[in-house]
Design a protein around this ligand. Sequence first.
Ligand code: ATP
Length: 221
Amino acid sequence: MICLLGGTFDPVHVGHLHAARSVCDALRLTAIRLLLSARPGHRGAPGASVSQRWDMLKLACADDDRLVPDDLEVRRARRVGRPSYTVETLLEIRAAAPEAVVAWVVGSDAYREITTWFRWREVLTLANLVVLQRPGAPMALPEELEALTRERQVDCDFRAPAGAVRVLDLPMLDVSATAVRGALAESGRNPAMARRAADLLPPAVYTYINQYHLYGVVSDV
Ligand code: ATP
């Protein structure tokens, strides 16, 4: 099975890594690809460039063979000169592996928004979806998506290459990149926030952020 967790990873945090490892355990996978989105990161605040987000993703995955950083989407965005869409990424993956079972992992916050994705119905013809119940993002779905979820939901391993939805009720960490950026921006003035940021990030990513003064970090810790 080809399993992908796509994200802006601005920055990658312990919630992402826990989610990826939990999916590997639940689906008995040897690997999950963490696919960096070429979309710009958080706007209007100090952030990280695509190449810095990529560096951090590689650092975060370095200690666990199951976590495979993937820059396929970023490379295509550079080729075509614009950010690319999930459906285009999946078309590329599908072209390379026409028969493979593909699973695209999303948190419940992202799943709720999926009907706003470009050509979202096509996404389900190219991949199965794994939905993780994210703390603070209950599975209240728009009507159309609720109906589709009822229709497509499975509780066992995916059998078809695409088209099914599996909601995994696994404990997730209540961490978001928004909260991480907030803690980092305060960390220079407030040591408690520096400790909080350190708790929410893989150690090598925390060190990288401090080294390059990302997200408004003003002092080396
Ligand atoms: P932001 O706070 O900037 O919106 P984020 O923490 O949601 O960022 P993303 O890179 O946007 O991070 O997330 C990528 C994917 O990982 C999304 O599908 C999201 O729902 C999921 N995800 C992020 N954090 C968690 C978490 N703590 N538990 C489970 N899934 C998560």
